[in-house]
Design a protein around this ligand. Structure first.
Ligand code: PEP
Ligand code: MN
Length: 335
């Protein structure tokens, strides 16, 4: 962190500031220019109150030069993190498709979809048991019964499962869940993130509805700072001024940006990002081409009658075609 002092800042006030900074446990490198003094702050500046320093009348500006996400950042952890579940892996060159319905509806539905997506090459089954719906009158998910049905589908197919936790009080129900999803509406539920940091479950952390890249990384940092390093980041589109033709705006540049900033695996969800079946395959291919470590796609046996998100769900046949094309992109990239 660098603090540039105003021209004419008195020596006494400058020294007072330097000794205060040192009291915060920071090293201070002083550089006296002809007109201005620049203080270079060395050490753990993550907890330094930038606004407080900025508000002092001898300070012109304060700039962070290092990232505040120490655990998620690449700087201290240059190798890619690989999250492994059984045979499946995400990150560090390992790529996985995660597929399944928005919501678990019946045993037949989830088991059938699980079998179909497995045949097409998916490595994980997704399905919501607890659903964060905008309206309280919409289908809220089957809850504990939904998790039981997912576990049935896991037994039938061997596919590990990914499902969303909405309330930390239900965590016990997730004991046999392979990856816990934190949905876009809970990305900044910091108390929940801290609790998930005390578990050893991989966490699929979605980007918030209008979350910045830094906010996403700081949310990952909450989980990691509490001890759980198995975090997978998920781009699922952000809210912009467009909402007529796409549900959200898919930010694909986030993939190479995150790859540069963090060692954590990055997954893209083109279903929630676009909201329309016809956009899912092309955006999934684009996400693979951008370097995503995984793609999560909603697949339903009967999209027009789905209890949630039918308009963006692929049929098993459409998913199989998309999967083939995504794997071709991966092959091309390996050259
Ligand atoms: C979901 O994956 O079903 C979901 C609700 O996603 P998001 O949190 O990204 O809206
Ligand atoms: Mn959905």
């Amino acid at each position: 962190m660098i603090a540039v002092l105003k021209p004419g800042a008195s020596r006494e006030r400058t020294e007072h500031l330097i000794s205060w900074l040192k009291d915060q446990g920071l090293g201070v490198h002083v550089s006296n220019g002809e007109f201005q003094t620049v203080l270079g702050l060395i050490g753990n500046t993550a907890n330094v109150d930038m606004e407080m320093i900025q508000s002092l009348d001898i300070v012109e500006k304060v700039t962070r030069v290092s990232d505040p996400f120490k655990a998620a950042g690449r700087k201290f952890h240059p190798e890619d993190t690989v999250v492994r579940v059984g045979q499946a892996a995400i990150g560090g060159g390992e790529f996985s498709l995660i597929a399944g319905p928005c919501s678990v509806e019946t045993e037949e539905q989830i088991t059938f979809v699980a079998q179909e997506v497995k045949k097409a090459g998916a490595a994980f089954l997704r399905g919501g048991a607890f659903k964060p719906r905008t309206s309280p009158y919409d289908f809220q998910g089957l809850g504990a019964e939904g998790i039981r049905l997912l576990l049935e589908a896991k037994r039938a197919t061997g596919l590990p499962i990914v499902t969303e936790l909405m309330d930390i009080r239900t965590l016990d129900l997730f004991e046999d869940v392979d990856i816990i999803q934190v949905g876009a509406r809970n990305t900044q539920n910091f108390d929940m993130l801290k609790e998930l940091g005390k578990t050893d479950k991989p966490i699929l952390l979605k980007r918030g509805l209008a979350g910045t890249i830094k906010e996403l990384l700081m949310s990952a940092e909450y989980i990691m700072a509490s001890g759980n390093e198995k975090v997978i980041l998920c781009e699922r589109g952000i809210r912009t001024y467009e909402s007529t033709y796409t549900r959200n705006t898919l930010d694909l540049s986030v993939v190479p940006v995150l790859k540069r900033l963090t060692h954590l695996p990055v997954v893209v969800d083109p279903s929630h990002a676009t909201g329309h079946t016809y956009l899912v395959e092309s955006m999934a291919m684009a996400a693979a081409a951008a370097g995503a470590d995984g793609i999560m796609i909603e697949v339903h046996n009967d999209p027009p009658h789905a209890l949630c998100d039918g308009a963006q769900s692929l049929t098993p046949e459409a998913f199989a075609r998309a999967a083939r094309r995504i794997f071709k992109i991966r092959e091309a990239m390996a050259e």
